[in-house]
Write a protein that binds this ligand. Structure first.
Ligand code: AQP
Length: 338
């Protein structure tokens, strides 16, 4: 029998401190964690800072972005009295289990990951691909499986990694006995993949080099307006929702729907010019992000309280993860420590 989670649904998800958090992170993942997930389950949310070392990094920047990401999670409404917020590197169980996941996965599986292919191509051109970029999904599987997670709320781009996590959990359980819960992905109803405003066929990502099409959670309202008003659309005269043929307009309609609660197809019917649509999108985004920016400013003024939340979160996470990771060590044939 896989270890239980006390009868409650367990949710785990995370965000990488590879850059400043974006509107994509918020609409695709973080907002749902705060508004729904933390209230309906035993939920853990993590700044996955080890993942930020898979690409070239500046230690001071990773340190700064890690604390900023944690502060933004709290500013977005994650309540440490209700859920567990912590820093991945402060809970050793992630790395312990990651090695067992590397021993469960095959190199072919890792090489098939789309994110690996995309990022490796970019890094190869710059001079070298870190081995950890290839094995990243093993660490991500460990992040999820250590907690007996049932649901992983993520954006569409992470679906393939959660699928791999499922495969690894099933394989491990078959080889060594039931140890892990097999988790499933949950996606938001709209905005599961927010696209770059300048390149609407690419995901809006926080580590993109060109930032004109990326809205950051901490952008000033004037900057948000400028980025949205300059978004790439197309030459067709009427506003219509067609993600395949007209990705720029569809992206704006998805963002508007996510911010205002409407349906993107229906919303399209209410516009006869791109100018009017962009104006409404800009204001909807500014208003959606306003409370997050304001709360962030308050919390950032007291970094010690954020660190205290992370310390408490890490303690709880460690206590939850350790028995399952110890059981996995024993199951594969490693002698127990004491
Ligand atoms: N554009 C997006 N639309 C919807 N959801 C998104 N997510 C990320 N981008 C979008 C979701 O946000 C959570 C945290 O993801 P991440 O930290 O991996 O985000 P990132 O911004 O994509 O970071 P990078 O460094 O640019 O990473 P790569 O290129 O590796 O994705 C996840 O739930 C993610 O799905």
């Amino acid at each position: 029998m896989a270890m239980t989670t006390g009868g409650r649904t367990r949710i785990f998800s995370g965000v990488q401190p590879t850059g400043h958090l974006t509107l994509g992170n918020y609409l695709g993942a973080v907002r749902r964690w705060a508004e729904e997930d933390q209230h309906r389950a035993d939920a853990l949310f993590c700044v996955v800072n080890l993942h930020a070392l898979t690409v070239e990094h500046d230690p001071a920047r990773v340190r700064r972005l890690s604390r900023q990401a944690a502060t933004l999670l709290l500013a977005s409404g994650l309540d440490p009295e209700v859920c567990t917020v912590f820093m991945q590197s402060q809970v050793d169980e992630h790395l312990r289990l990651s090695y067992l996941m590397e021993c469960t996965a095959s190199d072919g599986e890792m090489r098939r990951m789309i994110q690996y292919k995309e990022k490796a191509a970019a890094q190869r051109a710059k001079g070298g691909v870190r081995l950890s970029l290839l094995t990243y999904p093993a660490l991500m599987a460990a992040d999820i499986l250590a907690y007996g997670t049932h649901e992983v709320p993520v954006g569409e781009d992470q679906r393939q990694h959660v699928e791999l996590t499922r495969d690894l959990a099933v394989r491990f359980n078959q080889r060594y006995g039931a140890t892990f819960v097999v988790p499933r992905t949950t996606l938001p109803a709209v905005a599961a993949r927010v696209m770059d405003l300048q390149e609407p066929t690419s995901k809006m990502g926080k580590s993109r080099a060109r930032t004109a099409g990326v809205v950051y959670l901490l952008d000033e309202p004037e900057v948000v307006r400028k980025k949205v008003l300059r978004a790439v659309t197309d030459a067709e005269p009427e506003v219509a929702y067609d993600p395949e043929q007209r990705p720029g307009v569809a992206n704006l309609l998805n963002v508007l729907a996510a911010c205002t609660g409407g349906d993107p197809r229906r919303l399209a019917e209410g516009y006869d010019s791109y100018g009017a649509l962009k104006k409404d999108v800009a204001e909807a985004v500014v208003e959606t992000l306003r409370p997050v920016r304001e709360r962030h400013a308050e919390l950032a003024a007291d970094p010690a309280s954020v660190d205290a939340v992370l310390r408490r979160g890490a303690e709880r996470a460690r206590a939850l993860a350790r028995p399952r990771v110890d059981a996995a060590f024993e199951a594969v044939g490693l002698l127990p420590a004491g």
